[in-house]
Design a protein around this ligand. Sequence first.
Ligand SMILES: [Zn+2]
Length: 318
Amino acid sequence: MEVWIIGLLTLLLAACSEPDSPAIDSRESAEATTQLIVDEADSAYYDQLRARWLELEHADRAEAAQTLEPELEILSQPLPEPASITPVIDAAATPAIAIIIDDVGHSLAQGRRIIALPTPVALAILPHTQAAQRLADEAGVAGKTVMLHQPMENGAGLSIGPGGLYVGMPRGELEQILHANLNSFMPIQGINNHMGSRLTAERDAMDWVMQVLRERGLFFIDSRTTRDTQAAFAAEAAGVRHLSRDVFLDNERTPEAIGGAFNQALALARRQGTALIIGHPYAQTLDYLERRLAGDLLRDEGVEVVSVEELLARKYRR
Ligand SMILES: [Zn+2]
């Protein structure tokens, strides 16, 4: 296990040292990377890098480095909702799911596949990625939701890319970086955290983030990469509209596992009224969603796919 982890980290570091790597952990490189021209040939490279990266993302706590597989299993289960934030169930409404695809922005082709999905879907776009603005434009035209996928420090010390927020940052610096990310492409309707198992557990930092979102009228989605997350509590206290991730769609990238996670979300929606799914732009995930969301397949099952905004509207309707 240890050798495997070291191997992964070595690969990750090797990838990060590439001059055009999306995972360059340098705040200074942010402006330069936005100027890059999109190269479709890089898609495979980004896909491979992201796969390595995300294998660790969903286990991004220091102790998880020792027990990666069990942690992945645990994180594929819905985490219990914080006691003070009970989901509101509208018994009269049709059960609904909303889908967010994270880590968008490195590949124009993959982003366009998400935009072309026949149902509402949100693109959570990493700041300072080469296809960010073009995909935000095209998503806006297609009526899809655009979110900032805000990189936040994880507990395993993994690179989070440009525009990251870290524990120990003074409030002014944190606000400045968040504003710069929110200004790096548009339109943006809300944000969710990329990684963040360390930062989302810090209440002060989460309070500062929520104040910015409140000023700018944006919603927050807690990806819930740690049980210790304070994000939903901070959002609640700041009066920021928020939801929490129920199901990760593709912790395991086989059609069977993705289908199982999707059906788990449908069952959750039938039980609690709504469910929020987060997936990633893997070929397997997009293949699955293109098939599963086609036609009226879901309507026949009594569940509708709605936008993240509609899921928020249902929560805050009363
Ligand atoms: Zn992410």
